[in-house]
Design a protein around this ligand. Structure first.
Ligand code: ADP
Length: 186
């Protein structure tokens, strides 16, 4: 499914984000930036050790206590097709989604888009942040993700493509439902 706002296409698709050819892909990291399971593990495995080396430097220089939830940093993409990986930390939801989780998840998407623009990235892919191990309800997370994308596009008419690369058909359906609802509100 696709929807265009200004010059930016929002694209929903199923797939493995490590295969995407956008200029940047986003990693649903944890605050240690030292790798983990799920999409984080897949990105480090396929991208190779240089990504972890850069993450270690970022920890030392900028975030000795770890990357706070909702913030984002950028490294190169190592052996990936993508030139950059943007690492962000979504909230841990444990199944609940109050204003707090919503705001933190919104910030994770919005700050990733900001850092993309700062690095002249025009095409970017996101996974469904916080809906795996961090257990945010998928439909709520999808609405928040798309709302952040739409808000950014309206403010900064810069990006060409924002792809949401969803790992299963079930997650895709929830994102499609959320996008339709947001289109109706625009
Ligand atoms: P979090 O800790 O933020 O919840 P996870 O990696 O556990 O992160 O899960 C986030 C989402 O990423 C889940 O929907 C999961 O199915 C999905 N996912 C896992 N591997 C990949 C991949 N290679 N490409 C795209 N999505 C993936």
């Amino acid at each position: 499914m696709e929807y265009k706002i200004g010059k930016t296409r929002i694209i929903l698709k199923t797939g493995d984000i490590t295969e995407e050819d956008t200029q940047a892909i986003v990693n649903a990291a944890n605050s240690t930036l030292m790798g983990g399971g799920g999409v984080d593990g897949a990105i480090h495995r396929k991208g190779g050790p240089s990504i972890l080396e850069e993450c270690k430097k970022i920890r030392e220089k900028e975030y000795p206590e770890g990357l706070p939830t909702g913030e984002a940093v950028i490294t190169t993409g190592g052996n990936l097709k993508a030139k950059y990986v943007i690492h962000t930390v979504g909230p841990v939801c444990h199944g609940k989604f109050t204003e707090r989780e919503e705001k933190l998840l919104y910030n994770a998407y919005y700050n990733s888009l900001k850092i993309a623009k700062e690095n002249k990235v025009k095409t970017i892919s996101f996974p469904s942040i916080s809906t795996g191990a961090y257990r945010c309800p998928i439909y709520n997370a999808a609405k928040t993700a798309i709302r952040a994308a739409v808000d950014f596009i309206k403010k900064e008419n810069y990006l060409e493509q924002i792809r949401f690369v969803l790992f299963t058909e079930e997650i895709y359906e929830k994102y499609a439902e959320a996008l339709k609802e947001i289109i109706d509100e625009i």
